[in-house]
Design a protein around this ligand. Sequence first.
Ligand SMILES: Cc1cc2nc3c(=O)[nH]c(=O)nc-3n(C[C@H](O)[C@H](O)[C@H](O)COP(=O)(O)OP(=O)(O)OC[C@H]3O[C@@H](n4cnc5c(N)ncnc54)[C@H](O)[C@@H]3O)c2cc1C
Ligand SMILES: *[C@@H]1O[C@H](CO)[C@@H](O)[C@H](O)[C@H]1NC(C)=O
Ligand SMILES: *[C@@H]1O[C@H](CO)[C@@H](O)[C@H](O)[C@H]1NC(C)=O
Ligand SMILES: *[C@@H]1O[C@H](CO)[C@@H](O)[C@H](O)[C@H]1NC(C)=O
Ligand SMILES: *[C@@H]1O[C@H](CO)[C@@H](O)[C@H](O)[C@H]1NC(C)=O
Ligand SMILES: *[C@@H]1O[C@H](CO)[C@@H](O)[C@H](O)[C@H]1NC(C)=O
Ligand SMILES: *[C@@H]1O[C@H](CO)[C@@H](O)[C@H](O)[C@H]1NC(C)=O
Length: 638
Amino acid sequence: MRLSLPFILPVLGFLSLPAHSSSLFPFEKIQLTREHIESLPDDQAKLFAFGGQFDENSAQAQETANAAARCRYTPSDGKWPSTKAWQNLAKQLSAENVLLKPTPQSVVCYPGTAENKAKCQDVTKNWSNSHVQTNDPIEVLSPVFQGLTCTPPTIFNSGNCTQGGYPTYVINTKTVLDIQLGINFARNNGLRLVVKNTGHDFTGKSAGAGALSLWTHGLRDLEFIKNYVDGSGYKGPAIKAGAGVQAFELYKFANEKGVVAVGGEGQTVGIMGGYIQGGGHSPLSSLFGMAADQVLSLEVVTPTGDFVTANATSEPDLFWALRGGGGGTFGVVTSVTIKAFKDMPVTAASWSLSSTTLGKDKFWAAVKAYMDLILSHVDAGTYSYYTLSPVGKDFSFAMQPFFAPNQTAQQVNSLLRPFFSTLTALNIPFSPKITEYKSFYPAWQAEFPLEPQGAVSGAPGSRLFPRSNFASETGRNITFNAIKQMVETGHSILGFHMAPTLARGGNVDNAVNPAWRNAVMHAIALLNWPVPSSPSSILSSWNAFSKQTLQKWRDITPGSGAYLNEADRLEPNWQQSFWGSKYARLLEIKQAVDVKDVFWAANAVGSEGWVVETVDGLPGENGKLCRVNGTVTAVGEV
Ligand SMILES: Cc1cc2nc3c(=O)[nH]c(=O)nc-3n(C[C@H](O)[C@H](O)[C@H](O)COP(=O)(O)OP(=O)(O)OC[C@H]3O[C@@H](n4cnc5c(N)ncnc54)[C@H](O)[C@@H]3O)c2cc1C
Ligand SMILES: *[C@@H]1O[C@H](CO)[C@@H](O)[C@H](O)[C@H]1NC(C)=O
Ligand SMILES: *[C@@H]1O[C@H](CO)[C@@H](O)[C@H](O)[C@H]1NC(C)=O
Ligand SMILES: *[C@@H]1O[C@H](CO)[C@@H](O)[C@H](O)[C@H]1NC(C)=O
Ligand SMILES: *[C@@H]1O[C@H](CO)[C@@H](O)[C@H](O)[C@H]1NC(C)=O
Ligand SMILES: *[C@@H]1O[C@H](CO)[C@@H](O)[C@H](O)[C@H]1NC(C)=O
Ligand SMILES: *[C@@H]1O[C@H](CO)[C@@H](O)[C@H](O)[C@H]1NC(C)=O
């Protein structure tokens, strides 16, 4: 039996009782049971049965036949569930109108019954505000991977508005029951299942043509546990948060409790969804490690529809895999309990330099001076985020910000003194803005502005650069030259410096890419192609970018990898790149928990057997999800 703590605490107030996360959120207590399935008429039981619930009967036979089909069924297939089956699903869900059949927002901009010029202007005006995509059941921040089939025409003219790579049905999940029903319905009917939280995924993994989508955005409960004690030894403050909680509200909540939580820099990122499951780098990573290192416990609905707790002693394999193994792969997480830490002051610095005023030689000398010092910066516990961009024939370097948690302005000035001295010696005028904040929340709010919707004509690629690249003068020169060349050949770079070493994250054993543990730089390079471009010319420049341009970064970082949450969809040898030595165990766990491949996402663990056959041949979600012909899962040496 579960006793609610607020109820017993007043009675036993004189004792300081240990609290742990085993108390579920109210939405997690509303669950689907096997008994309920058994009480349903046969035709309905078949739709909603748990994995393996009816061993010998027709539900199992149907499930097996559907699971064996070459492609997941889409609305144009004869085997797509009947209207009546969808109505049954709608009826079983926890409330009315939980099952949605949404159209893209820009449908109002294209010829058809929904066309509406005023509404189109509104959608267009708001389009770059990422709250628009995160608050919508289907829109994503990476429209290229959706197939760009319905975007505001002044931003990208799609010609037509079609559903493209967007899902057909969405369950706006309110309870664990809704998630269980959705997973069982998709599995039993051979449908493609996707999970959308915010839609931030860099490669479109929260979309999927013809899919049933589970939208976790509504699961926003938050709880502060002042004295969390878990069976594996952690004692201290913790936060339990629903899967839909975004950075802006997690940080606000933590601030109100006098603590900080390890989350991302981006305001609207879904911290407890793809972010934390994929690792999660943070402005606090050089102090505490990756976000996944902070996880104490998760609640999760598995591919069979079962609801379990994953922690150090319950479902330990799942617990290990969900901390770094990636979203959309092992089940749907409904909440996560993470460590929290005492709040702290923060100092942030920002500056920008341009070759327009400095000339190219001095400009690059200034950038090199900064790069040469990064080990001292990350070892002092800082995180930095900057852009290095070609601007016409010139270049710019904008540090926005250099973020120093737990440091005063005086400490930051002395940390950056060697850099400033070099600038002075080079006769470069500079005027950094250095601001001291009393606590984390106002610093984060002021220093990390809302980031816009992703590009309609480009793709990212990235690499984790290890400490050894910066440990010698030769290494620093080689690394700097590779960065410089990337920018000189027309690619903007988003750079991050941090050191999420295991020493800092605690001695945790999880599925985070081992390459992160030595990394001191995570660099994202951007490819842009002209508009319009034919699919074949996009594909050839994309392949050249992935296989040749980015290879130069791989060549100087042998054995390292890339961050799966901010990566190239065409990343070669992605198993090694995203997980290194962790991949073999992750694949074993995936094959054990998801026998029927209910969960699939591009370049996710165990995704080798399936591919989206897109309508235009470009990598993305606009097409059917089908088995790769004649393959037995082939995994490269990892
Ligand atoms: C503007 C911007 C800023 C960013 N800032 C950072 C940053 O500071 N640090 C960092 O590390 N990364 C950052 N990222 C990358 C971010 O980590 C990924 O985009 C991540 O996938 C976001 O997770 P989400 O749940 O919000 O997004 P979604 O796109 O909704 O989901 C991402 C993936 O996780 C799956 N998923 C989502 N929720 C669940 C769930 N509850 N259970 C199972 N699977 C789930 C989805 O199916 C999908 O495959 C940023 C991205 C953007 C676009
Ligand atoms: C656009 O933003 C305005 C305010 O910023 C808001 O009132 C309006 O509802 C938004 N429209 C859409 C379509 O999101
Ligand atoms: C609109 O879509 C239809 C059907 O896919 C296609 O035949 C037609 O060419 C498209 N029109 C434009 C303007 O792209
Ligand atoms: C894991 O969760 C279970 C179920 O809630 C709980 O009984 C157990 O104590 C937890 N284990 C740890 C290490 O906290
Ligand atoms: C922050 O600084 C204080 C005082 O300098 C120190 O005691 C504390 O350990 C630091 N916290 C972290 C997380 O490094
Ligand atoms: C590194 O590059 C600088 C020029 O930027 C050069 O002066 C120096 O000799 C180089 N050092 C090594 C070890 O290559
Ligand atoms: C698999 O084979 C079918 C026909 O047998 C073909 O239509 C399809 O394009 C193939 N898919 C892949 C990924 O090669």
